[in-house]
Design a protein around this ligand. Sequence first.
Ligand SMILES: [Zn+2]
Length: 208
Amino acid sequence: MKNEQNLLDLYVSKNTNREEYTKPIQKENHVIATCESTLIRIHRSLISGEYTFSEKPKTDHLFSGFDNAEIIEFSKDELNKLIEELPLIDEYFVHGKDILCEECNGDGEVTWEYKYHEKEFECPECYGSGYEQRQKYVETGKQIPDYEKGVLLGNKLIKGRYVKRLINTMDLVGINTISMKYNKNDVYKQALFVVSENIDVIIMPMIV
Ligand SMILES: [Zn+2]
């Protein structure tokens, strides 16, 4: 499948604390990639890459319970419009990185020993901040949608960032409409997006 790697990359976890989810995982009949809030499942008939087999995480249950689900279709234009309606925030980029102060190891305090006692003092190198250098948030002067806010799809409040991910998915697969299956009676249950016969996406709604 064209764009296989790009597609999986959209969904793998960027959180290095969850090392096991930072790469796609081979299951019996599918390859999945997940950041835990979103998941893509691609049937192996479309897959050409090699991925490590893993039982975990268990994902089959995420796809069940949709037999009597509601179905809505969204076009890419509709989804883009919903993204445009998100509140705007100032765009910024992160400059530099956090470097801990070597003198105090990030504590912000140093211990000075006297003959019979010791006393904590503010670190003279970092003036108590604990950092030698802090990353800076530099505003670009542009405004962008607040992708952390939710968009209502059916009865699901879906994070803007994930709606954007769906739009990217549609671009990579080359489709203009996507159907969403959802359970009317449970607003917090995951939504199932049918990308094609062999590709599905699961998105967890926001809990408010
Ligand atoms: Zn210091």
